[in-house]
Design a protein around this ligand. Structure first.
Ligand code: ADP
Ligand code: MG
Length: 249
C-alpha cells in the first residue's frame, strides 16, 4: 500500500517568533526526498513539528497522513501511525541494551507484541544488511558508540520500525566517507513501496549516494526552490547565499 504525507500551508512559531511560513509539501512512500537549506532555515523545526514537538506552535496549516489530520496528535500517536524521526531518543541509556531498546520501541508502536525469538531473527537480519556485527546488539545503548555507530543505529531503528515516513535530520553530519556510504545504503534499503524518506541535510555529499526523487530548498522558513540532484549540487557549489527566491509552492 502506498502512503501519503501532506503538509498544507504550514506556519509555525516559537516564543512569538515565526520560523516556518507557508510550507506545503506532498510526500509519497517509495520515494526519497531531500530537504536542504542554510543553518537556521527551519529544517529541524519542520522535522520536530511533523513529529508533534510541544515546543512549537502551529499558527496555521495542517499535517495529513493518508487523509487523516494528525496536526494535533501527540508524538507517540504519530509514531503509532507510522512516523519516525531520527534523534528522538536520549543519546545514552545506561543498562539498556540496543536489542532491548529496539524491541521496546517496536512493541510500543505495534498492536501486538513480537515474540522474542522472532525479534532476534529480525534484528539479526537487519544488522546484517547494515554490516553490523551481531555482538553489537548486546551493547548498552549509545554508551561509547562512535559517531558512525550511532548513525548506523538510527538507521537500524528505522529498518526495524518500518515507518510509513522517516524523517532523518542531519543523519549524515560528522560521518566519514565509509560511514556515510553505509548510512546511505541503509536509507536505500529502508525505502520500500510502503516507506518514504525525508533526508534533511546541509550538505550535498550524502545525496551523491542516494539520488533523491525531489530536492527541496528551505530558506528563512519557506521552500524557495525545488528540483533534482543537480539542484542540490549547484546549490552546494554556489552556496546558499546566492539563492534566488522563486515561489516553488
Ligand atoms: P535548521 O535546522 O534549518 O538549522 P532550526 O529549525 O533549528 O534551523 O531553527 C530555525 C530558527 O528557529 C532559528 O533561528 C532558531 O534559532 C529558531 N528556533 C528553533 N527552535 C526554537 C525554539 N524552540 N524556540 C525559539 N526559537 C527556535
Ligand atoms: Mg537543524
Amino acid at each position: 500500500m502506498s502512503n501519503v504525507l501532506e503538509i498544507k500551508d504550514l506556519n509555525v512559531s516559537s516564543q512569538g517568533k515565526e520560523i516556518i511560513t507557508g510550507v506545503s509539501l506532498k510526500l509519497e512512500s517509495g520515494k526519497i526526498y531531500a530537504l536542504m537549506g542554510p543553518n537556521g532555515a527551519g529544517k529541524s523545526t519542520l522535522a520536530n513539528v511533523l513529529m508533534g514537538s510541544p515546543k512549537y506552535k502551529i499558527e496555521k496549516g495542517k499535517i495529513i497522513l493518508n487523509g487523516e489530520d494528525i496536526t494535533n496528535m501527540l508524538p507517540n500517536e504519530r509514531a503509532k501511525k507510522g512516523l519516525f524521526l531520527s534523534f528522538q531518543y536520549p543519546s545514552e541509556i545506561l543498562g539498556v541494551t540496543l536489542s532491548n531498546f529496539l524491541r521496546t520501541a517496536l512493541n510500543s508502536i505495534s498492536s501486538k507484541q513480537m515474540p522474542v525469538l522472532e525479534f532476534h531473527n529480525l534484528l539479526k537480519e537487519k544488522m546484517k544488511m547494515l554490516g553490523m556485527d551481531s555482538s553489537f546488539a548486546k551493547r548498552y545503548l549509545n554508551a561509547g558508540f562512535s559517531g558512525g555507530e550511532k548513525k548506523r543505529t538510527e538507521i537500524l531503528q528505522m529498518m526495524i520500525l518500518e515507518p510509513k515516513f522517516a524523517i532523518l535530520d542531519e543523519t549524515d553530519s560528522g560521518l566519514d566517507v565509509d560511514a556515510l556510504r553505509i548510512v546511505a545504503e541503509g536509507i536505500k534499503k529502508a525505502r520500500t513501496l510502503e516507506t518514504g524518506i525525508l533526508v534533511i541535510t546541509h550538505y550535498y555529499r550524502i545525496l551523491e549516494y542516494l539520488t533523491p526523487d525531489v530536492v527541496y530548498i528551505l530558506s528563512k522558513g519557506k521552500i524557495v526552490k525545488q528540483g533534482d540532484k543537480e539542484l542540490a549540487k549547484n546549490i552546494e557549489e554556489a552556496g546558499y547565499e546566492n539563492l534566488e527566491v522563486n515561489n516553488a509552492n
